[in-house]
Design a protein around this ligand. Structure first.
Ligand SMILES: Cc1cc2nc3c(=O)[nH]c(=O)nc-3n(C[C@H](O)[C@H](O)[C@H](O)COP(=O)(O)OP(=O)(O)OC[C@H]3O[C@@H](n4cnc5c(N)ncnc54)[C@H](O)[C@@H]3O)c2cc1C
Length: 363
């Protein structure tokens, strides 16, 4: 591969970079991906939950059905079928907090768009484990992904194609020469046709795309407790069943923080929040991690091409929904790159929309 022109460079090997690489390699393109082994990304710590319903307002998330179809299509592709073992299809159970929510959510979900996605249960489910006197909603089409396992195996699959080169190193900005479309590394000039930044939160200081990427800290626990619930539980926070008596508990949403790592306050918040409805006691905290979600002021992703530098792209802002949105957005972006048609990208994710552009930054 050394003698050939590396056609497409990707900076960052989290969900964004790897879903994009998979699409480009699938289309027969050569990809060189730089992944910094010394800085943890959101994908290294995320819980991987996919839940088509969000928020207190109980709404379907943006383009949920479309994104679910893309996730399913990605996992059913013959080339990537081995990755299915990292995605665990599981219903989500969301207890009704009170009788009013029971009425409100039931009437909301009677509309057609919720067909096949939600179902109301009016009697308590597993009341010996979960406080849910009014029952709750069951969400289908949900599940969770073991993201580190998934990404590691995806890298292996792509490496077998001969089209994918993985550089386990950081690509510094001063090595990139976008006016002449080459990078300078290890004393060599590598020309490229396209370069895509998939840097997660580190994209905050990207000198070519001055966009508002806001860190949203999250903390996650792995806990030991008594009692087996087959469903993912969700009420304010979530509990994902991992195995006998073991659950993943997450996540906090912290806009203001001084430390990036896990802290006692986050741990206490998660345990207290879960104890509002999970009745058995927590015997032990087996693991505690933290990471930064790459979010935007309007919570929409950032996908686009530079206004004046040809071949320079960005894929960021996946926020708290990298698993759900990653496959569909990567597919669309790969089409835009392959056909050099940035205009096919959706207006909602346009990087030059008012809410995305960094105040005072120049593009
Ligand atoms: C606590 C927590 C819980 C979460 N829970 C969920 C969840 O349940 N479900 C869900 O869908 N999402 C969840 N998320 C969000 C999810 O993790 C993100 O949406 C997704 O991982 C973002 O992927 P990304 O590739 O854009 O960024 P990242 O995963 O951060 O990847 C960017 C990568 O780029 C690398 N990089 C940056 N600059 C360079 C460079 N110059 N050279 C080489 N490499 C570089 C970084 O090292 C990093 O590895 C959670 C996130 C957190 C923090």
């Amino acid at each position: 591969m050394k003698d050939e022109i590396p056609k497409i460079l990707i900076v960052g090997g989290g969900l964004a970079g790897m879903f994009l690489a998979a699409n480009l390699v699938k289309a027969g393109r050569r990809v060189v991906l730089f992944s910094d082994p010394f800085s943890l990304g959101a994908s290294d710590v995320a819980a991987g939950l996919v839940n088509p319903i969000t928020g207190r307002q109980y709404v379907l998330t943006w383009r949920a059905k479309e994104f679910l179809n893309h996730l399913e299509a990605f996992l059913s592709d013959a080339r990537f079928r081995a990755l299915q073992k990292y995605y665990h299809v599981r219903p989500v159970f969301r207890p009704f907090p009170d009788i009013f929510s029971s009425n409100e959510w039931t009437s909301k979900t009677s509309s057609e768009e919720f067909n096949g996605i939600t179902q109301a249960e009016f009697s308590p489910w597993k009341p010996e484990l979960i406080r849910n006197p009014f029952g709750g909603m069951v969400h289908q089409k949900s599940g969770w992904m073991d993201i580190p396992g998934f990404l590691s195996e995806l890298k292996k699959i792509l490496l077998t194609t001969g089209l994918f080169e993985l550089k386990n190193s950081r690509l510094p900005y001063d090595a990139i020469h976008p006016e002449s479309k080459f990078i300078q590394i290890e004393g060599e000039q590598l020309p490229y046709q396209h370069l895509v930044f998939c840097e997660g939160i580190q994209g905050r200081v990207n000198p070519w795309f001055r966009l508002q990427i806001l860190p949203l800290k999250g903390q996650i626990l792995t806990v030991q407790t008594q009692g087996d619930a087959e469903r993912i539980l969700s009420s304010g926070i979530f509990m994902i069943p991992l195995g006998p008596n073991q659950y993943r508990l997450g996540s906090t949403y912290e806009r203001a923080f001084t430390e990036e790592g896990p802290d006692e306050k986050g741990k206490a918040e998660l345990l207290q929040e879960a104890a509002r409805w999970w009745l058995p006691k927590f015997d032990e905290v087996l693991n505690h991690t933290a990471g930064l979600r790459p979010t935007t002021p309007d919570r929409m992703p950032l996908i686009g091409h530079h206004q004046t530098l040809p071949g320079l792209w960005i894929f960021n802002g996946l926020g708290a929904k990298g698993v759900l949105q990653g496959p569909g957005l990567a597919r669309l972006l790969s089409e835009a790159i392959l056909n050099e048609t940035p205009e096919i990208l959706w207006p909602e994710t346009n990087i030059y929309r008012a809410k995305a552009v960094d105040k005072g930054g120049n593009l």
